[in-house]
Structure formats: structure tokens, C-alpha cells
Design a protein around this ligand. Structure first.
Ligand SMILES: *Cc1c(COP(=O)(O)O)cnc(C)c1O
Length: 383
């Protein structure tokens, strides 16, 4: 088989499975409206949960940061790239979340890869929730440690795996809020079970941080849990991009020695760290954004319960409507698009076979009228 035959074969297989991925540039994509080809759609697919991507104060901070520091960091943080703007934002994060240290990464994907790669050795075991994000599962799969998945949100299943004898260390990995289902992990029980077995706990709170709990401190703070490694990302509620790992002094020092994604990669632009710091101030202060989001979630759920689609138990901004077959999900998304709504059909392999869905994300930028209009369109398309 030649290279070209292998690539053509893989593409053919994807097309046949109904899971072929495409993307199309838009003119504007992160706010309440998505604009594409001069059409304006109500956007129900954005992770900008609090509407901060368009916040004037954050935009001004990014501009101001670029004026002070320029647009690039100039190198790895281990050479010249680590700037006072990074340091100040890290200190602000550590203080907000109650950890000794925070380390910035260029993305959540990089942070998860880096941490898992830096920690795992051959006899170790990584025990991850079955529905963990691809960035976690793939890192574990490619690590020298053995990956075992426990049943979703099932502490007994985790406990059983932890109890199996091992010569190595055990790293337990889960999320605060699951990205495709919107449900929340029983973090207190998971933390207790992990600690009891002498394991290390890593929680990825990409979808909880900023949105859940007092001052938006996230799932762990709300459940009164302090994982050994807390990963927060800035592409969702923070409205920008990037990530941080919150941890102990020694863990931070360890990661600075061994996290290759930090050492061999250009640091985030200082202007971005400067803007993220402004974004964090907005997150802490603007309780009304979280209140609006939670009111929107309640309104959507009340209406969606009357539709002939499976609504999951999610209390978060992620509200999946399970359609089932791939083609049916694509068709429903297309029908809604014609009526002016932007929604994405999520299909296997991102979600399990037979659970193709519309992943609806609600944000603080939506009004009750936006939500009612979506519910009416969903009703017309499915009833
Ligand atoms: C979005 C997401 C990531 C990846 O973060 P990026 O900053 O977008 O790379 C990691 N984990 C979870 C659970 C996510 O939802």
C-alpha cells in the first residue's frame, strides 16, 4: 500500500461512516451571533459561556498588553519567554483557587498532554473516566503507563481498579463537567477513594471554571475538593485561550523540569496573559453573568423536556439532545440552520455509537427570547 492509498482509504472510510468532518470559515463565531456568508445565526455552539470573548475591558487589556509587551513572547519560558504578565496572572490564579502554584500552558490540550507525559512511568496506571476528553485519553494512551478506564462517574468502578495490586503509582483522571454530556463528576467521593489508595488526582475543569461556584471558582471549589492537579482552561468561560495547572510547589518545580510542552514551546504572548488577567477580574466580579446563564439553562430545560428527544440530566451550560443516528443528527442541525440557528451535530467517534447529538451550549449572552425561539424551532423540527 502506498501513502496515497492509505490516506485515500482513510478518507473513504470516514465518508462512508457518516462522520466526515468539515469546517467552514465564519466572519464572526464566538458571540451571541455567528455570521457566515453574510448570514447571521443565533449561536448555540459557542463555549464562550459568560460572553467574555467580546468584553470591552478584556479587549482593551489585550490591546494595552500588546502595546506594552509586543505581540509575541520571543521564546520558551525557560529562555526569555516568561514575562511579568505571566507571573502576575499565575499568582492571581493561584490566589483565586487556593493553590501554592499555577503554571500557564498554551492550551488545555497541551497542559493535559504535558502533565500526563511528565508524570507517567512504566509500571504506573492511569485510571481515567471513560468519557474523559480526548486530550486526556490520548495522552494516557501514548504514555508508558497503562491506561484503564472506569465506568462514567462510577466511584465503585474506580475503587475496584484502584484495589488491583500494582508495582507503580496510580494517577486518577476525571473532569469537573463532561464536555459532551454536561454532567458533573462526584468529585468528593472520587477524591476520597483516590487518597485512600495513595493515588494522585487530576481534575480537568475546562467547562466548570468561571461558570460554577462562588466567584466562578469551579467544580472542585463547589464540591470542596482540592485535587493534586487542577487543570483550568481559558478557551471557554474566559473567552480567550490557554490553560493553567494548579498544584503544589514541588509539583510545579517538577513540571518545570519535565513538562516538554512547556520547555520546548514558545510561551503564550504576554499580552494574552495580561488580557486573561482582566478576564479573571470580570469572572470574579460579574455574578450577573453566572445568574443569567443559570436562568437560561433553567428556561431551556423546562421547554426541552416537552420535546420528543432525550434530554440528559445536565444542569450545566452543555445541554445535549440525543438524536441517535448520525444522519438524523446532521439533518436536524441543517433544518435548524435554515431557520437561523447555529448548532453542531456531534457524532462518533467523539461520542459513543448510536448517540449522535446536538450539543447545545447556552451562554450568558442569550436572551430568554433567543431560547424560546430555539425551542419553537426544535418543536417544529421534531414533533
Ligand atoms: C476544551 C477542552 C480541553 C482542551 O482545551 P483547549 O484549551 O481548547 O486546548 C481539554 N479538556 C476538556 C475537558 C475540554 O473541554
Amino acid at each position: 500500500m502506498t501513502w496515497q492509498q492509505r490516506i485515500d482509504g482513510a478518507l473513504e472510510q470516514r465518508r462512508a461512516s457518516g462522520s466526515f468532518r468539515t469546517r467552514q470559515a465564519n466572519e464572526h463565531g464566538s458571540g451571541r451571533y455567528l455570521v457566515q456568508d453574510a448570514h447571521r445565526y443565533l449561536n448555540f455552539s459557542s463555549n464562550d459561556y459568560l460572553g467574555i470573548s467580546q468584553h470591552a475591558r478584556v479587549i482593551t487589556a489585550w490591546q494595552h498588553g500588546a502595546e506594552i509587551y509586543g505581540v509575541g513572547s520571543g521564546g520558551s519560558g525557560h529562555v526569555t519567554g516568561y514575562n511579568e504578565a505571566h507571573q502576575q496572572f499565575e499568582e492571581q490564579l493561584a490566589d483565586w483557587l487556593g493553590y501554592p502554584r499555577a503554571l500557564l500552558f498554551i492550551s488545555g490540550f497541551a497542559a493535559n498532554q504535558a502533565v500526563i507525559a511528565a508524570l507517567s512511568e512504566k509500571p504506573d496506571r492511569i485510571l481515567a473516566d471513560k468519557l474523559s476528553h480526548a486530550s486526556l485519553l490520548e495522552a494516557a494512551m501514548h504514555s508508558p503507563a497503562q491506561l484503564r478506564r472506569f465506568a462514567h462517574n462510577d466511584v465503585a468502578s474506580l475503587q475496584k481498579l484502584l484495589a488491583q495490586p500494582t508495582e507503580g503509582q496510580q494517577l486518577v483522571v476525571t473532569e469537573g463537567v463532561f464536555s459532551m454530556d454536561g454532567d458533573e463528576a462526584p468529585l468528593a467521593d472520587i477524591a476520597q477513594t483516590t487518597r485512600h489508595a495513595g493515588g494522585l488526582l487530576m481534575v480537568d475543569d475546562a467547562h466548570g471554571i468561571g461558570v460554577i461556584g462562588d466567584e466562578g471558582r469551579g467544580s472542585c471549589d463547589q464540591q470542596n475538593v482540592k485535587p493534586d492537579l487542577l487543570v483550568v482552561t481559558f478557551g471557554k468561560a474566559f473567552g480567550a485561550s490557554g490553560a493553567a495547572v494548579l498544584c503544589s510547589e514541588s509539583m510545579a518545580d517538577y513540571l518545570l523540569q519535565f513538562a516538554r510542552h512547556l520547555i520546548y514551546s514558545t510561551a503564550m504572548p504576554p499580552a494574552q496573559a495580561y488580557a486573561l488577567s482582566a478576564s479573571l477580574n470580570v469572572i470574579r466580579e460579574d455574578n450577573f453573568r453566572r445568574s443569567q446563564l443559570h436562568a437560561n439553562i433553567a428556561r431551556f430545560r423546562m421547554g426541552a423536556a416537552r420535546l420528543p428527544l432525550e434530554l440528559r440530566a445536565s444542569q450545566t451550560a452543555i445541554q445535549p439532545l440525543i438524536v441517535g443516528e448520525n444522519q438524523a443528527a446532521i439533518h436536524l442541525a441543517a433544518t435548524l440552520r435554515e431557520r437561523g440557528f447555529w448548532l453542531t451535530a456531534i457524532r462518533p467517534p467523539t461520542v459513543p455509537q448510536g448517540t449522535a447529538r446536538l450539543r447545545i451550549t447556552l451562554t450568558a449572552s442569550h436572551t430568554f427570547e433567543d431560547i424560546d425561539r430555539l425551542l419553537e424551532a426544535l418543536h417544529d423540527a421534531t414533533c
